[in-house]
Design a protein around this ligand. Structure first.
Ligand SMILES: C[S@@+](CC[C@H](N)C(=O)[O-])C[C@H]1O[C@@H](n2cnc3c(N)ncnc32)[C@H](O)[C@@H]1O
Length: 240
């Protein structure tokens, strides 16, 4: 049996850390974004609303957002060949043109899977630019930490935390249908209305029911050589 010295225990996998200069590019399987939109669509008319995906990578989250929203704006600090190139954390200093084109300089939603290391800054920045709300896909371990308790969750009370009951496998640098993961993920949603109620507002916890089978589409993933059918023999083997 092949052995590896790497410790792959869940406890260790939860602590995955990236170098400080890493872009932390972990594309989101599209079914994970559809699961969020299905939830939001129960309360909001997304087909009349605009959303900004400010860390869009290769567009694996922006594209399923297009299935639900009237308009999707996509940007990333790095040029992956999808969306605009823009450092989200500089938005207040360098307001992008599309925000100036909105009547009030805002979009309805900011939705993203931000780099883990910058996720708290992304949430705070995003809240400055929305009319309705912000949804961020994070490792569920993001809910822990003494600093975030004080600086984020007590000051900016989420409206709802949506915990995936099924694992959402993400791997560095590519979408992989066959990937597995020991890391738990959830969506955290903040609403402007909820925030206006202050730190006493209630934060709900909901579970996203298993949904991969219903929300996944065959063309969500790049063709993988292993997925190709085995080559057909050109000639039938003759009987001995
Ligand atoms: C976890 S990946 C998610 C990619 C994409 N949102 C998705 O879900 O498929 C994080 C992304 O954040 C981008 N990023 C890192 N720092 C950024 C910044 N300051 N402004 C905008 N994008 C940034 C990275 O280039 C990377 O594409």
């Amino acid at each position: 049996m092949a052995r590896t010295s790497q410790n792959r225990s869940p406890a260790v996998m939860q602590q995955r850390s990236e170098p400080d200069d890493s872009l932390d590019f972990f594309p989101t399987p599209p079914w994970g974004t559809r699961a969020l939109c299905e939830y939001l669509a129960r309360q909001w008319n997304l087909e009349n609303q605009t959303v900004w995906e400010p860390a869009c990578g290769e567009g694996d989250m922006a594209q399923p957002l297009e299935e639900f929203f009237k308009a999707v704006i996509a940007s990333d600090v790095f040029d992956y060949g999808f969306g605009m190139v823009f450092d989200f954390l500089l938005t207040q200093m360098l307001k992008p043109e599309f925000l100036n084109e909105q009547p009030d300089g805002m979009v309805d939603w900011v939705i993203s899977n931000p780099p883990f290391r910058l996720a708290e800054d992304f949430v705070k920045e995003a809240l400055e630019h929305v009319r309705v709300g912000v949804a961020m896909l994070v490792r569920s371990a993001f809910l822990e930490s003494i600093d975030r308790h004080e600086d984020l969750f007590m000051k900016y009370r989420p409206y709802v935390i949506l915990q995936f009951s099924e694992r959402l496998p993400m791997v560095k640098g590519r979408l992989d249908k066959k990937a597995s993961t020991a890391t738990a993920y959830s969506w955290i949603v903040w609403t402007k209305r909820g925030l206006s109620e202050g730190s006493n507002s209630r934060c709900e916890l909901e579970w996203i029911p298993p949904c991969r089978r219903t929300l996944e589409r065959p063309d969500d993933y790049p063709a993988h050589p292993d997925d190709a059918p085995p080559p057909m023999p050109l000639f039938e083997k003759e009987a001995d």
